[in-house]
Write a protein that binds this ligand. Structure first.
Ligand SMILES: Nc1ncnc2c1ncn2[C@@H]1O[C@H](COP(=O)(O)OP(=O)(O)O)[C@@H](O)[C@H]1O
Ligand SMILES: [Mg+2]
Length: 227
């Protein structure tokens, strides 16, 4: 694939269940995301956003159609191969932060680097924490941090492997307005540094942080709006 596209979904369908219980969570879904883009995905509950996130994040594979990620067809990879793409090339940010409560901020951030040497891990973790403005909180545990700070630790953890893609699923869903603003400012800055960011959200306040918004309804892409 000779383009600058990081992501190309070609007519993806995702079916759950069989017979009467069959649900088409995504139908004939095509989407291209250029390297360095920022994209917001919006849609009501049940529209297929999490299914889309799981496929984009190589956590699941489509029932039919193709998914090209960085020029590689990842739609037919087995679990081990998917895990490899996921661990090396994609950073995840979740609504619930998903930090380990007994570990300090920097110990949480180094977790995706366990295959590296100890010295490297600490240096890279501190660097990622600096990027999210938390150099003065590296030894704090999650319970000693505000929600916004915890989410910034989670973003540092997503960043630490230097992934091409950051996928954020409702990243401000558990935050107050001020913390949301901080987290969105960090995501915007990462995008300005050239990282591709996809934010899945219900919140109309979040979407403007991305340069493009797509809407999902009943498993289909309904329109695309450039900001
Ligand atoms: N593992 C699953 N098994 C069966 N149905 C599922 C599963 N995951 C999602 N669905 C169904 O697929 C549709 C889309 O769900 P989902 O992707 O979670 O939407 P959203 O994240 O937008 O709320 C819904 O009808 C949901 O009930
Ligand atoms: Mg969902």
């Amino acid at each position: 694939m000779e383009t600058d596209d990081l992501i190309r979904l070609e007519s993806i369908t995702k079916i759950y269940g069989t017979g009467d219980a069959m649900v088409a969570a995504l139908r004939d879904f095509s989407l291209t995301v250029a390297s360095g883009e920022s994209l917001a995905v919006m849609g009501p509950s049940g529209s297929g956003k999490s299914t889309l996130m799981n496929i984009l994040g190589c956590l699941d594979t489509p029932s039919s159609g193709r998914y090209w990620f960085a020029g590689q067809d990842v739609s037919r990879l087995n679990e081990t191969e998917l895990a490899h793409v996921r661990n090396r090339r994609i950073g995840f940010v979740f609504q619930q932060f998903q930090l380990l409560s007994k570990l300090s901020a920097w110990r949480n951030v180094e977790l995706p680097l366990l295959y590296r040497s100890v010295g490297d891990r600490r240096r890279l973790a501190l660097q990622a924490l600096e990027q999210v403005g938390l150099s003065d909180r590296i030894n704090h545990r999650p319970g000693q941090l505000s929600g916004g700070q915890q989410q910034r630790v989670a973003i540092a953890r997503a960043l630490v492997t230097d992934p091409g893609l950051i996928l954020a699923d409702e990243p401000t869903g558990n935050l107050d307005t001020a913390s949301s603003r901080d987290v969105l400012a960090v995501l915007r800055e990462l995008n300005e540094q050239g990282r591709t960011i996809i934010i899945i959200t219900h919140d109309p306040e979040v979407a403007p942080v991305a340069k493009r918004t797509v809407h999902v309804r009943d498993g289909q892409l309904v329109d695309q709006v450039a900001a």
